[in-house]
Design a binder for this molecule. Structure first.
Ligand code: IMP
Length: 180
């Protein structure tokens, strides 16, 4: 796909993200005891950088990492609203502590669908964490248990998040501004 020309304006710096992750992990420790193994489930592909930083901050416990891929925007900027599971977990989560990690909650369709699916597998405890939340875009009644940053209705990239598969490798979160 060819995208329109754009520039990226920094919105959340790498330093701010790192500080927020430390605070989020303090909250995670309150919910999940350190003597019990935690299964950290990343939603591909946008959460891969966030999950890498989260699990290293949780080095006080045994952590398993698993991934699930749900259909997302594809190459467009609008949610399809219909959520399909493209890649399921490799491991079992029944009776286990599970932390589901998402990059952005936008309309809410993706994470609410994934949470109902995973809850049907009867985990011991399941929590959700999203790096970014755009509450003004919500179309279903859903809120992640933990949120890194609430942001306005802007299209963002970086720190794992893409526009047309680019910009995932930026260390900060930036907002896409079209120049034409
Ligand atoms: P939802 O189902 O509408 O909540 O969509 C969540 C998914 O949409 C996220 O996991 C992202 O893949 C994608 N998404 C939402 N907002 C943005 C954005 O600003 N930039 C890039 N992807 C986004």
């Amino acid at each position: 796909m060819t995208s329109r020309p754009y520039v990226i304006d920094e919105m959340i710096s790498a330093k701010e993200i790192a500080a927020r992750i430390e605070a989020l992990c303090r909250e995670i420790r309150k919910t999940f005891p350190s003597n019990e193994r935690l299964v950290v489930v990343g939603l591909l592909r946008g959460s891969f950088v966030f999950i890498a930083d989260l699990v290293r901050e949780l080095s006080d416990r045994d952590v398993e990492v698993d991934f699930l891929e749900a259909s997302s925007y594809g190459n467009a900027m609008e949610s399809s609203r219909e959520v399909r599971i493209l890649k399921d977990l490799r491991g079992e989560i029944g009776g286990r502590n599970v932390l589901v990690v998402e990059d952005i909650v936008d309309t809410g369709y993706t994470l609410s669908h994934v949470v109902s699916l995973l809850k049907s597998r009867l985990p011991k405890r399941l929590q959700t964490i999203a790096l970014l939340d755009k509450p003004s875009r919500r179309e279903v009644d859903f809120r992640a248990d933990l949120i890194g940053f609430e942001i306005p209705d802007e299209f963002v990239v970086g720190y794992g998040i893409d526009y047309a598969q680019c910009n995932r490798n930026l260390p900060f979160i930036g907002k896409v501004r079209f120049t034409e």
